[in-house]
Design a protein around this ligand. Structure first.
Ligand SMILES: *Cc1c(COP(=O)(O)O)cnc(C)c1O
Length: 492
């Protein structure tokens, strides 16, 4: 017994010594005020170098072997010097490829990287408030629900609506479609009879979500488009009737409020009427177009969006935030709870606490970044006014670009619903294949040049260029530059 006691004591002393050694060695993980300041100042200086020099950089930096230099400094047991590491980051990560916050980033759907959002991310990460469960982060959860409610009001959703902030539109879509599946009581054996209505312009994340949700066998019906790439409601109604008659199970109607290719908005009101009559779930993909609801033009164009069963909006697109925020809103939050609320015994303390709906109960995530702060802080500091003005500016920039590029001799697509313009260089009488090759060469040449970054798509067999004005720093100067560079490229 005495021996055991002595052994325990020496064992304890050794343990205490070992703990002290490890604490010393791990101390680097807890920098004091001095090292924190050094780190922060170096990061701040890097950010200022980036922002200060942004307009002088190419919008697309086309270089051989982009980023491979990263491997020059290996991850090892000891760290590298701060200046050396930040230099590597700037050279190998910041420089190559596209710069979404660049004024002349007019490709795909640009991102904005609103600085207020970046600062909010910093604060969210430092406090690391847990926003999954109300018990743990009551303020963080209330903030998320408040931001969700703000977006629900923007859509015109009722008080029973619910939702959350996911990493982006794709995950938000997955959440919406699983809610739609469970709300309609669809089980594995039903999938082959379940019918989904979409168009050729529906974003691919929808099909991906169906497959990830295990519903890859569902029948997809591609509804014809009108001459402005919008779903034809009469064709939708006819297809629904055909499927009903055949004994299938019409389930999900997918409308897009701002397609990625052309920015077209499907006729939401007419589609909502048909979906309601057919008792189908109506999902509206407003990942790109949603926050144009802050403008009068957007509210008019998006009329009917509030009749949807679920909507996806991407604050990292039309609220100009850094990547990492996609919102899902569901008209009846019970549908989200039905799909997502689970409880483990390790959460029993949390469950005793009444309060608000916890994000973990309406999404597939449990631990997650505190995303609400990056939306709330900018809105609190700036109000919605500057966002509305910036979005209205992008709408007008698209109209302006379309006039200018048409005047420069380019063939232009339809008057834009939102802030994307399609166009191509197609001189009178040039055969389609030749025109397609020419436009392919044009977009490649522009990317090599780098002053402006545009992307392309295929529309009805035509290789088509797109100008998407959505980066928050895109103003008339960048659009004028695009017109000039395009003119030079075709020898005008
Ligand atoms: C960008 C986009 C998506 C996908 O959203 P992510 O945030 O990129 O995952 C879905 N639909 C539309 C219309 C989009 O523009």
């Amino acid at each position: 017994m005495a021996n055991v006691r002595r052994g325990a004591r020496t064992g304890r002393a050794a343990l205490v010594r070992e703990l002290a050694r490890l604490e010393r060695e791990a101390r680097a993980l807890e920098p004091g005020p001095g090292p924190r300041k050094q780190l922060r100042q170096a990061a701040h200086a890097s950010a200022e170098r980036f922002l200060g020099g942004l307009a002088d950089r190419p919008a697309y930096d086309d270089r051989p072997d982009p980023g491979v230099g990263l491997a020059a400094l290996p991850i090892g047991a000891t760290g590298h010097a701060l200046a050396e590491v930040l230099d590597l980051f700037e050279r190998e990560v910041v420089a190559p490829g596209a710069l979404p916050p660049h004024p002349a980033h007019l490709a795909y759907i640009p991102g904005g990287a609103l600085y207020h959002g970046a600062v909010a991310d910093y604060l969210a990460a430092v406090s690391n408030k847990y926003s999954g469960i109300f018990f743990s982060g009551p303020g963080a959860v209330r903030m998320e629900n408040l931001v969700v409610r703000w977006a629900a009001d923007l859509l015109g959703f009722p008080a029973e609506a619910g939702g959350g902030i996911a990493s982006g539109g794709s995950l938000a879509t997955l959440t919406a479609l699983t809610a739609a599946r469970d709300a309609h009581g669809l089980r594995g054996r039903d999938y082959e009879q379940a019918v989904v209505y979409l168009t050729a312009q529906t974003h691919h994340c929808v099909e991906k979500a169906l497959r990830v949700a295990g519903m890859g066998e569902a029948k997809l019906r591609t509804i014809p488009l009108d001459d402005r790439f919008r779903m034809q409601p009469e064709a939708l109604a006819a297809q629904l009737a055909t499927d009903r008659a055949a004994g299938h199970r019409p389930w999900l109607v997918l409308a897009t409020a701002g397609t990625t290719d052309t920015g077209a908005i499907d006729p939401l009101d007419a589609i909502a009427t048909i979906a309601a009559r057919e008792r189908c779930w109506l999902h509206v993909d407003a990942a790109y177009g949603g926050f144009f609801l802050l403008t009068a033009h957007g509210r008019e164009r998006l009329r009917g969006i509030g009749r949807a069963d679920s909507v996806v909006l991407d604050p990292h697109k039309s609220l100009f935030l850094p990547w990492g925020a996609g919102m899902v809103l569901v008209r009846d939050r019970e549908a989200l709870l039905r799909s997502n609320a689970y409880h483990g015994s390790y959460m029993q303390d949390a469950l005793r606490e009444p309060g608000e709906i916890s994000p973990a109960d309406v999404s597939p995530e449990l631990s997650r970044p505190f995303r609400a702060l990056r939306i709330w802080l900018p809105l609190m500091l700036l109000g919605t006014g500057p966002f509305a003005a910036a979005l209205e500016e992008k709408l007008l920039l698209a109209r302006y670009f379309r006039r200018e590029i048409a005047a420069a001799g380019f063939a232009v697509g339809p008057e834009p619903d939102l802030s994307i313009v399609t166009f191509r260089w197609a001189p009178e009488g040039m055969p389609l294949a030749e025109a397609n090759a020419l436009n392919q060469a044009l977009v490649d040449a522009l990317r090599h040049d780098g002053r402006v970054f545009l992307s392309s798509t295929m529309l009805e067999g035509r290789f088509t260029l797109r100008m998407a004005a959505l980066s928050l720093r895109t103003h008339r100067k960048a659009v004028d530059l695009a017109v000039r560079v395009l003119g030079e490229a075709v020898g005008r």
